[in-house]
Design a protein around this ligand. Structure first.
Ligand SMILES: Cc1cc2nc3c(=O)[nH]c(=O)nc-3n(C[C@H](O)[C@H](O)[C@H](O)COP(=O)(O)OP(=O)(O)OC[C@H]3O[C@@H](n4cnc5c(N)ncnc54)[C@H](O)[C@@H]3O)c2cc1C
Length: 373
């Protein structure tokens, strides 16, 4: 794998760096609620005006159709400039709902939703997990029954990030009565303002409500909102998860190396902190993660399950970095700071997007070829 960038790539880097230097907001993003939505959408709108929103999306849908090496350069510069975290309320729309519509939606769905996403005019959330159907997603039981030209949805989702501030949801429901597992599911666009939807935010141990329970009580959704074919939702959902597990996370993974550099500065400012060896190890580990991320992106033919290796390494490394931040801060870590907040949030890294145990199962069975449990 050759990681040398061409002179044209380096010119692209300088353009990105300059734009970011001129445009990255000075303020930190609010953690939750309407203020976080306003901040994230304003930032996305600014990126879009500058031609930097959805840069990997095809040009026909408002993107720039940039290849992976340009994507990598953009994210390297993005995290270096300390731009707002990519994991905000625009993440689902930009990184998996939009790409899923591009891959599986019809032209009406694309024409309506894609411009709204890129211009910072709609927030999406993901309604896949249910109580009892997280790792085992195929066991989900929220139902949708056809009534005329509408679906009528009843059931419950849980852990739906940004449900309280979302306009639309990628909703996975069981549309075929009596169907089992992967059969009989449909992926539908749900308007979060539809009558019959109740959103009940869940407060996490960092004290903020990013996710929520969502209840559906006779919620009517037009059949035209089904993406892909009716009862073909598992295929569409796997497309969504493919995006979620691959390109979507590049920014997050690269962000860790910036975190380590910030930690080194933090340690230098703390008299008596003897962390040099651990910090050097972390710097090496984040460099290794970056190399794994690039290999996943550039390897041909692409292998589906490499994403689990990177995802697992990212999650465990993120937790280690934030643990060391607490060790450096000592008692100061007990007061409210962004390090404390991020330390508490990092616990969820080995759960969200597939738990560490599930990633290990995938690595064992699909990469190492070990027998199924
Ligand atoms: C911060 C955060 C944001 C999230 N956002 C969303 C969202 O926006 N939309 C959405 O749909 N979901 C979301 N989720 C839910 C997430 O996808 C699930 O939490 C995850 O898939 C695990 O499912 P579960 O919580 O039901 O745990 P379970 O599947 O019940 O697992 C419980 C425990 O059993 C273990 N386990 C389960 N099965 C196996 C097995 N076969 N082998 C070994 N161990 C096993 C797990 O590793 C875990 O330790 C979010 C979660 C978090 C933490």
């Amino acid at each position: 794998m050759d990681l040398t960038f061409s002179p044209a790539d380096e010119a692209f880097r300088l353009t990105a760096r300059k734009w970011l230097a001129d445009n990255v907001p000075a303020d930190r993003a609010p953690y939750e609620g309407q203020a976080s939505r306003d901040f994230a959408l304003a930032w996305l709108a600014r990126c879009n005006e500058g031609g930097w929103a959805g840069i990997a999306w095809p040009e026909a849908y408002g993107g720039r159709g940039l290849p992976p090496e340009r994507l990598v350069i953009w994210y390297e510069e993005y995290v270096r400039s300390r731009a707002p975290s990519v994991l905000d309320c625009t993440f689902v729309a930009l990184n998996h709902a939009g790409p899923t519509l591009i891959a599986c939606g019809n032209e009406e769905q694309k024409a309506f939703h894609l411009p709204r996403i890129l211009s910072g005019n709609s927030v999406w959330c993901q309604g896949f997990s249910e109580p009892g159907s997280g790792s085992d997603l195929a066991s989900l039981s929220t139902t949708a029954v056809i009534d005329g030209d509408e679906l009528v949805v009843n059931g419950q989702k849980i852990w739906t990030s940004y449900a309280d501030i979302a306009d639309y949801q990628e909703l996975l429901v069981r549309t075929e009565k009596g169907s089992k597992r992967h059969q009989g599911l449909s992926w539908v666009i749900c308007d979060m303002k539809a009558p019959g939807i109740t959103v009940r935010p869940i407060r996490n141990m960092a004290g903020v409500s990013h996710f929520a329970e969502v209840f559906y009580d006779d919620v009517r959704i037009p059949l035209t909102n089904v993406v892909g074919a009716l009862n073909d939702g598992w295929r569409v959902a796997m497309t969504t998860l493919g995006f979620e597990r691959k390109t979507a996370a590049i920014g997050l993974q690269l962000e860790l190396s910036v975190r380590v550099e910030d930690l080194i500065l933090l340690a230098q400012a703390q008299p008596g902190s003897a962390m040099a060896e651990r910090l050097a190890e972390l710097r090496a580990e984040t460099a290794a993660l970056r190399a794994m991320t690039y290999r996943t992106l550039f390897r041909q033919p692409a292998t589906t399950f490499d994403g689990s290796l990177v995802r697992l390494r990212f999650a465990e490394l993120s937790q280690a970095i934030h643990q060391i931040a607490m060790d450096i801060l000592g008692p100061d870590g007990l007061v409210d700071s962004h390090w404390t907040h991020d330390y508490l949030e990092a616990y969820s890294e080995t759960i969200a997007g597939g738990t560490a145990e599930i990633q290990r199962n995938i690595i064992a069975e699909r990469i190492l070829g070990l027998p199924r449990e």
